[in-house]
Structure formats: C-alpha cells, structure tokens
Design a protein around this ligand. Structure first.
Ligand code: C2O
Ligand code: CU
Length: 511
C-alpha cells in the first residue's frame, strides 16, 4: 500500500494511539504527549572517568586564495563509547561527533559529502546564511549509491546521486555553528545515530578580543543517548532500517530522552583544567532534552557563566548567569573563570532540570596553575541592530499539538513541501509572532533574529542574535528578522527532532 506522507503519519499515529493514550479510552483527554525517557538496556558507566575528547579539526583537501575544499564520507562505523562495548554509529567520516570544520568569515567552504549509508542523507549547516541549493532543504536528498525507493513527494526536490557539494560563503559574523542531518521524516533517528558536528566560524573582530584561546577554548557538544543490549544507540523507530516507514513508537512522539549524557561523544567525561579562564562553546545537540546548566563547586556554591555569545555570535556586552537554560540546537558561548579556586577543586557541570543520571553532565578538575592574560572586555561587539519600526509585516505562527490527528502542527497544518507558508521580500524586515502550546525550541533557516519580547519581555537567554528560541507552554515571542542575501525556499521548524519529523515544520520563500 502506498500512502502519501500525511496519511501515512496519521495511520502510524493511530495504530499506536491505544497504547499511547490509554486515557483516551477512559474518556479523559490526554492533552499532548510529553518527551519521554527511553532507558538504556546496558549497565550505565561511572561518571567522570573518561577524559573529555575534542573532535578533530577537519583538514582541507585543497586551499586556494578564497576557498577551502573538504571531502567527507558519511558512513557506518564502530565507536567505543562505553567501556568494553562496541557502539555502531553513523558518522561524518565515521566519527561521532563529526570532525570540526574551522571556517573564516569571507572565505568560502566547499564541502563534498559522500553518502556511504544505506539511506538518504541531507546536510544542513545550522545557523548558516546559506544559498537555498546548499542549505539542506529536507527533500534535497543525497541518495545512497544505487538509488532509493522513496515515499516522498516534492517536485522541487534536488536529488543527488551518492554525493553533493555544499557551498558555504561564510558572509556572516563569527559564531559557533553546527552541521547535522536534515532528511525529511528521519532527522531524529539519523542525528541520534551520530550525524552532527561543529562548524566554528571566526573573524577579525572575535580574534581581536583578549579572550581565552587555543587549549583554553573548548567546544562542548552535549547530547543524551540510550544504549541497546547490543551496544547500539537505542531509539524507538518504527522501522529500524530507516529505509521505509518513518516515525516512532507513538509513546515517544513527544520526544526521545536518553539516560546517558554524552559530551563530545563521551559519557559524563572529565576535563583537567588550569586555574584560569576558559571559553566554552556549548551546543545542545540533543533530540528533545533541554538542560538547566549550572557549575557546582559544592552543594551550595556555583561558579557563574559569563555569556559572551549566542547562536549568531558575540553579544554586545557580556552577561552573567548562574544557570543557563539551553534547548535543543541553541549555543551559548561562555567564559568560566577557574582562577579563584584552589588546586584540587572539582567543579561539576550539572543539569538542574533532571534528577538521576541525566542530572549531571561532566566535571572540571582544577589540577594546575597557569599564567592567564585573557580578560573579558566590557564591550564585545558593536553590531547594527535591526529596528522594530523597519518591520513591514507581522506574521503569526502557532505551534501546537493536534488531538484530532495526533500530530505536531504549525497554524494547524502538517509540514508539506508543496505549501508555501510565508513569502518575505528580499531585503525586508519582518516581525514573526511565535506562540506555543507546549515546550518548543523554534528555529528559522537562513536568518538570525533578535527577540523583541518573550511572553511580555525579553527572556534572560534571548540576548544577541538567535536562530533558535526556546518557548515554554503557552508562551509567545516576537522576533525580528531581516531576510537578506538569498532568494528561495527554506524551512522553519521545531528543533525537538521528534516534533520536527512528526510534521512541525513549514516553508518560507524569500522572493
Ligand atoms: Cu538545526 Cu532545520 O535545523
Ligand atoms: Cu516542538
């Protein structure tokens, strides 16, 4: 039986609806499915044993005057994540996280990706100001060599056979970006298997600041995972081959939570640090888990984070936080100062949003003194802000769960590549009013935006340029974005990847 995507998802959800909402049968309406813990089926390791790995920096195969060219093969490989257990992963160059791409503003990156997996892949540079043909639209698949039978219907899809070259102009400010898979309907399971990595963009403004550098600048990719009896990542996909039926066991359509927290691919690692300042580039690469981060020195004391940047690069001024709430896909660029702590101190990065294993993340052990000439300037960046009075239109988007057909919806509609939901004009500024029924981290491709109001006023974590905003139940945010640089079709969506795969995505076309 051949079903179009929408009908298909409906069938999948209804098939599981009895098990999913026993409450339905008793006549009491379950409001919406919450993200849910999928426990590991192997014993969990002791925390803070493994040294924090740092993903290797990818080497260009060619560099010339204005561009660096890279080649990466996406393939299945074996990783040693838990002691004594092999984990099958899918990785860029066979590693998880993938290799870090170091890029410079004004210098082009050409990334040739080869697909050696048995399924289609799509690559998206998250936070990139990218032309539509390289942005990784969800139906712009790189098919496995030899082709692939598809359930997908999109006449505009740009299909590639076995490989594709993505071009990133890097005509944007320095920022912590990341790349990940974006295959329509299958992003959740494919990122869960390992398809994500850092893309660090630098520029002269950032280089010119007296911030901690080199081995005191650390990228931290935080994600949760669960492990199956065979050591692989456990995920409730309906079809584990990821070749046919999309979707998850209906009980997990609110989002999949793991019980092991990995940082740069290692479970609850530790890092030996000097008593000095460190720059941490924190990325939440989890499918559905949000974290309330705190640096605990003792049961009562915490070390503050000084935020210097967000998704879209440096803030105007540093901002001190005692806790940071980070939702899937957000980045926080922070300075942590270990210099006031005695040697031998142990500082635990905890997640105050969870009890049990997911309540802790990693540990910093202060083991040596070191000269530290870095400092945090009072002014970090002077960027021209967009002004609300420049907005030519306000659009309203409602992100909510549909009880009628058990799916995640934007303005009541499921994702459909053939429907255009907004047509901003090139070089104009718009206000988008985003409202949610539930926790949704919302992301727009192409643009960075400023948050004007977050249920009344800007939230504590909305400073600077954002590409993802975390909204809680019943919240509303007004964001201001300028649509510049490229015409064409892009998506915006919830970055809870199970919500995204289960249709909480829509299109805009810059015209
Ligand atoms: Cu990081 Cu469209 O996503
Ligand atoms: Cu969502």
């Amino acid at each position: 039986m051949k079903l179009r995507r929408r009908e298909f998802l409906r069938h999948a959800a209804l098939a599981g609806a009895g098990a999913m909402f026993p409450a339905f049968e008793s006549g009491c309406l379950h409001p919406r499915p919450e993200a849910r813990l999928l426990p590991s089926l192997v014993p969990l390791p002791e925390p803070f044993q493994i040294p924090l790995p740092i993903p290797p920096v990818l080497k260009p195969v060619r560099s010339d005057a204005g561009a660096d060219s890279y080649e990466v093969t996406i393939r299945q490989a074996t990783a040693r994540i838990l002691a004594g257990i092999d984990t099958t992963i899918w990785g860029y160059d066979g590693i998880f996280p993938g290799p870090t791409i170091e890029a410079r503003t004004g210098r082009r990156v050409c990334l040739l990706l080869r697909n050696a997996l048995p399924v289609p892949i799509v690559n998206h540079l998250h936070g990139g100001h990218t032309a539509p043909e390289s942005d990784g639209y969800p139906t712009d698949l790189i098919l496995p060599a030899g082709g692939f039978p598809s359930h997908m219907h999109d006449p505009l899809a740009r299909l590639a056979d076995a490989e594709r070259t993505y071009t990133y102009e890097n005509d944007q400010r320095a920022a912590t970006l990341w790349y990940h898979d974006h295959r329509m309907d299958f992003t959740g399971p494919q990122v869960w298997r390992g398809l994500a990595g850092f893309y660090i963009l630098r520029d002269e403004e950032d280089d010119g600041l007296p911030l901690p550098r080199r081995d005191r600048e650390i990228p931290l990719l935080i994600c949760d995972r669960s492990f199956d009896t065979d050591g692989s990542f456990r995920y409730p996909a309906l079809d584990r081959s990821l070749r046919g039926t999309p979707g998850v066991d209906a009980r997990y359509m609110g989002g999949v939570l793991g019980d092991v927290v990995l940082v740069n691919g290692a479970p609850w690692p530790k890092l030996e640090v000097a008593s000095a300042k460190y720059r941490l580039r924190i990325l939440n690469a989890s499918n559905a888990r949000r974290y309330d981060l705190a640096l605990r020195i003792s049961s009562r004391a915490v070390l503050p984070f000084v935020q210097i940047g967000s998704d879209g690069g440096l803030l105007a001024q540093p901002l001190t936080h005692h806790t940071i709430r980070i939702s899937p896909a957000e980045r926080f660029d922070v300075i942590v100062d270990f210099s006031q702590l005695p040697l031998g101190s142990k500082v635990t990065l905890v997640n105050q949003a969870a009890d049990g294993p997911a309540g802790r993340i990693m540990r910093f052990d202060v083991t040596r003194g070191e000269r530290d000439e870095s400092r945090i300037p009072e002014t970090l960046s002077s960027f021209a802000a967009v002004r609300p009075e420049d907005a030519v239109i306000t659009r309203v988007f409602d992100f909510s769960y549909s009880r009628a057909d058990h799916g995640w919806r934007i303005n009541g509609k499921p994702y459909d590549p053939e429907r255009m939901d907004a047509r901003p004009k090139l070089n104009t500024t718009e206000i988008w009013r985003l409202q949610t029924d539930f926790n949704h981290p919302l992301h727009l491709h192409l643009v960075h935006f400023q948050v004007l109001g977050h249920s009344g006023r800007p939230g504590p974590f909305d400073a600077g340029w954002k590409d993802t905003i975390d909204l809680g139940p019943g919240q509303t945010a007004n964001i201001l974005a300028r649509f510049a640089g490229h015409r064409g079709r892009y998506v915006f969506h919830c970055h809870n990847l199970e919500h995204e795969d289960m249709s909480m995505m829509a299109n805009f076309e810059v015209v």
